[in-house]
Ligand binder design. Structure first.
Ligand code: NAP
Length: 249
């Protein structure tokens, strides 16, 4: 996720003046610094000392090990940690202020969805306000209640994977129906991209009904999907994600 955020900022007009990276020894920080322009630092402490804002993008289980090395050093922290509430983040990072966010992968191309917990007017006028402005160049930003973050994660955080799954399945079906694999991939991906844009201004239900003329081919396909209860499958997927998040705490 750190790489996605960095790539998004590298291509944005409003972006950090400099980006600093570190890791736990994999070499990914150096590779990312080389790719997007930036500097790899040897330690979390060094990075926190030099950074106005740290994007904390470790796995939630690493919070206890990493937070004490940032606390009191960085100006502010943007946390992207899943299933990690402010009740854990704030004491771990104090006195450094922290913004709890949940971005999805499309931040990498500046079309992400970024949810964050509410910020007071006072906090908005400080470093976390600057953090929020930078996040705005990565996509659409939504301020939501903290108890909405997990459900939001389960739909918009996971959505790129679910939509990619639907695209993959349609590409395979296209190949089985006789299309060349590359052509099927292009056709379905272009259709998905166009549909994504369309959905920004059209509701999902009416859009299906508008395409599925009575007795037509789309109606036949939608009927088959309804028989397999796709809605129920997605509800089960969201429930499974929520349970995993609850279990992580
Ligand atoms: N994947 C998503 O789509 C997504 C979406 C929203 C939020 N998130 C959240 O993003 C966070 C990261 O997920 P991810 O999939 O990007 O994980 P990841 O690929 O494992 O990346 C974690 C990074 O943190 C570094 N790290 C871990 N411990 C460290 C330490 N002690 N000192 C310095 N660096 C350390 C790792 O270094 P190494 O490279 O050396 O291992 C790695 O580069 C998670 O909390 C997740 O909930 C993920």
């Amino acid at each position: 996720m750190a790489a996605a955020v960095a790539r998004g900022w590298a291509g944005a007009s409003l972006r950090p003046a400099r980006m600093l990276f570190t890791d736990s020894g994999s070499g990914r920080a150096q590779a990312l610094a080389d790719e997007v322009g930036g500097e790899r630092l040897d330690s979390v402490e060094d990075m926190a000392d030099r950074a106005d804002i740290v994007v904390l993008a470790v796995k939630p289980a690493a919070l206890d090990a990493v937070a004490p090395r940032i606390a009191g050093r960085a100006g502010g922290v943007i946390s992207v940690l899943g299933a990690t509430p402010l009740a854990l983040l704030e004491p771990a990072l104090a006195p450094t202020p922290v913004l709890r966010t949940m971005p999805n992968l499309a931040v990498e191309i500046g079309h992400g969805v970024i949810c964050h917990t509410p910020l007071s007017d006072e906090a908005r006028s400080g470093v976390l306000g600057e953090a929020l402005a930078l996040l705005g160049s990565l996509g659409s930003v939504f301020e939501i209640r903290e108890d909405e973050i997990d459900p939001a994660t389960a739909v918009m955080g996971c959505a790129p994977a679910y939509i990619a799954l639907a695209v993959e399945a349609l590409i395979e079906a296209g190949v089985e129906a006789g299309l060349d694999a590359e052509l099927s991939a292009r056709l379905v991906s272009e259709a998905a991209a166009g549909t994504g844009r369309h959905l920004l201004t059209h509701d999902a239900g009416p859009m299906q009904r508008a395409i599925a003329s009575p007795g037509g081919s789309t109606e036949a396909g939608l009927d088959e999907l309804a028989r397999r209860d796709v809605h129920d499958a997605f509800k089960a997927a969201v429930d499974a994600s929520l349970q995993r998040m609850a279990g992580a705490r």
